[in-house]
Design a protein around this ligand. Structure first.
Ligand SMILES: *[C@@H]1O[C@H](CO)[C@@H](O)[C@H](O)[C@H]1NC(C)=O
Ligand SMILES: *[C@@H]1O[C@H](CO)[C@@H](O)[C@H](O)[C@H]1NC(C)=O
Length: 596
């Protein structure tokens, strides 16, 4: 109660004296200890707590109203005096005294209690100091969960824009991660999250807007410019599908040749999709007009190089093996551009370039065919299937997607050498593959998901992901170290994958997934509250297995824990999940569990 009063007074005082006392917290640069990048705030960290339910918004308004009244009546007067505050007898902080109350600077409170606050202008136009116990918020979830539905709150994720995504490979169509290695690697968790986020966006967003630039159906190709007299362009009947026309182009293949070119001027519909087949070493180029009025070129070439930049020419390899095959290309052009710039430029300079870039032309060079050249606001299903097909292509003989970097959980104590599997990677891959199966009814997706189960039964010590807590409870490890780490969010993601598969498959696969799921849920019921610190959650149980300080989950991971429990409460009737989620949500507003 006393604390609450001090806090309120504190806010009141701050409204009057902010410039002097307050270090405004910079949301964008929140300097928290990142546990890993499997979860990332995706820009939502910039928004202070959103109140989505009506009740709480009314309450906040009332509180705001009474705060305003108190402010008007109770502003510290000239009788305020300076005083030193001695902190636990260790050091002192300059404070102010007014009657019986003492006002401490918020910059001190913020660091001492790990809380957040800044001046905020609310929708009523009134500026006030917003105090937040946590910097994260619980995203509203759908009311039911199903294996073909939105995956948790992944519709709010923008995986490809994350700083730790080097670029989207044009060879594989999936992100390349620079997490734990600057050279980049294919990280199955990131790839699955990329696919799941696009699938979820496909379900929740409006239909994308599309303009077809060329599909060869009209015979008029006069808008296409030819680079010279020998180059040619003409429509042709597609040999595979007689009803369909394609466009044949033939120009010099040298990258300096402009190729056949269609001018456009587009700043909004900047996802390029097309089908192309090269007979020789051809290429596709997108011309961008940047803020300084100059042109910038993005070339998609038949090469195994991932990405490189030469002046104002940016190259993405499509793979050297793709000649004489139809390639379905789907690129978020501005993401490609941005990732290219970040190879050489600082963030500020990049932002300036990007904000004013427009697509100015699309060009094809060499000899080949193209079809279905379009610009659109999004191509979520393409991205989704790129991820699903990658997982089908790249699954190894053990049914896994090995992670080819060293992972140091605790340097020199808990390290994983390249080639480890993650239960979270396996689980999220399964969730993605199940959705691909349900969307297409193509058995290959379900078969791949089914093969991914084997690794759940192999001990961490033998290259699998299975740990046992106290020799008894099965736990599928996000990081299968020895001793075990028992990371909570990764485990629950793996359970969601098992759930998706057991609900979707039949026969042996369903039984297998069901067995693994039930064993995992049993462990979770017994162990969940070990992660409850009374005021937040623990990220893992390393403190128990290694005898070190507990690893408190930062607020965005705490939020993931809550979201996961809310999903589990939809698929499992045990009140433990809903009750715990409720308590954990209260922790985000500063409530603590009772003490003795
Ligand atoms: C095709 O041309 C590109 C440059 O335009 C070059 O980097 C690549 O190595 C060539 N590929 C083949 C298969 O010759
Ligand atoms: C272009 O799109 C149409 C309609 O979806 C499809 O039938 C055709 O096969 C596509 N062309 C190529 C070359 O894939």
């Amino acid at each position: 109660m006393i604390m609450a009063r001090i806090s309120l007074k504190l806010l009141i005082m701050l409204v009057g004296t902010v410039p002097l006392m307050l270090t405004v917290y910079n949301w964008g640069h929140c300097d928290v200890n990142r546990q890993d990048d499997n979860f990332y705030r995706d820009g939502r960290g910039g928004t202070p707590v959103e109140n989505n339910d009506f009740e709480s918004s009314i309450r906040i308004q009332r509180e705001a109203q009474s705060l305003k009244q108190t402010y008007e009546m109770d502003i510290p007067s000239a009788t305020t005096k300076e005083t030193d505050c001695l902190i636990n007898g260790d050091y002192s902080v300059k404070c102010k005294k007014e009657g019986k109350d003492v006002y401490m600077p918020f910059s001190f409170i913020q660091r001492y209690f790990e809380v957040y606050g800044s001046m905020e202008t609310t929708s009523d136009g009134y500026e006030r100091f917003g105090f937040h116990h946590s910097y994260s918020d619980v995203h509203p979830l759908p009311e039911r969960y199903s294996p073909d539905g939105v995956f948790m709150m992944f519709d709010s994720y923008n995986v490809e824009e994350r700083g730790r995504v080097k670029c989207i490979s044009a060879i594989e169509g999936v992100p390349v991660s620079t997490q734990w290695t600057s050279g980049g690697h294919y990280y199955p968790i990131q790839i699955a999250q990329f696919g799941l986020s696009h699938y979820s966006k496909y379900l929740t967003e409006h239909k994308p807007r599309i303009i077809v630039l060329e599909d060869g159906e009209g015979n008029d190709l006069s808008e296409w410019l030819l680079p010279d007299r020998i180059s040619q362009i003409r429509t042709k009947t597609d040999r595979i599908n007689e009803e369909n026309n394609i466009v044949e182009f033939n120009t010099p293949e040298n990258i300096k040749n402009p190729g056949v070119t269609l001018s456009v001027d587009e700043a909004k519909l900047v996802t390029l999709t097309l089908d192309v087949k090269f007979i020789n070493n051809g290429s596709v180029t997108v011309l961008l007009r940047t803020g300084d009025g100059n042109l910038f070129r993005i070339h998609y070439i038949l090469s195994d190089s991932l990405i490189y930049l030469e002046g104002r020419d940016l190259f993405y390899g499509l793979g050297s093996e793709k000649k004489n095959k139809w390639i379905h290309l789907s690129r978020k052009v501005m993401v490609d551009f941005q990732k290219g710039l970040s190879l050489k430029m600082t963030k500020n300079k990049r932002a300036k370039f990007k904000s004013v870039a427009r697509i100015a032309a699309v060009c094809f060079r060499g000899h080949g065919f193209f079809d279905n050249v379009s610009l659109s606001s999004a191509a979520h299903l393409d991205n989704f299937f790129d991820a699903a097909n990658y997982l089908v292509r790249r699954q190894d003989h053990r049914g896994g997607w090995p992670i080819m970097v060293t992972r140091k959980l605790v340097p020199e104590m808990l390290e994983l050498s390249p080639g480890w599997y993650s239960a979270m990677g396996q689980g999220q891959a399964i969730s993605l593959l199940v959705r691909a199966f349900l969307k297409t009814k193509d058995q290959k997706y379900l078969d791949t998901a089914s093969k991914a189960l084997k690794i759940f039964e192999i001990d961490s010590a033998h290259g699998g992901v299975l740990a046992k807590f106290a020799g008894k409870f099965d736990w599928y490890e996000e990081y299968p170290t020895t001793p075990s780490s028992f990371v909570l969010n990764g485990f629950i993601y793996s359970l969601m994958g098992l759930y998706d598969l057991k609900q979707t498959a039949s026969g042996e696969t369903a039984e297998h997934a069901n067995r693994l799921y039930n064993a995992g849920m049993d462990s979770l019921r017994h162990m969940l509250l070990m992660f409850d610190s009374g005021s937040g959650t623990f990220y893992d149980l390393k403190h128990i297995t290694l005898g070190i300080a507990p690893n408190r989950a930062r607020w965005d991971y705490h939020t993931v824990h809550i979201n996961q429990l809310l999903i589990l409460s939809l698929i499992d009737k045990d009140p433990l999940f809903a009750n715990t989620a409720k308590r954990w949500m209260e922790y985000m507003k500063g409530k603590r569990s009772p003490h003795n």
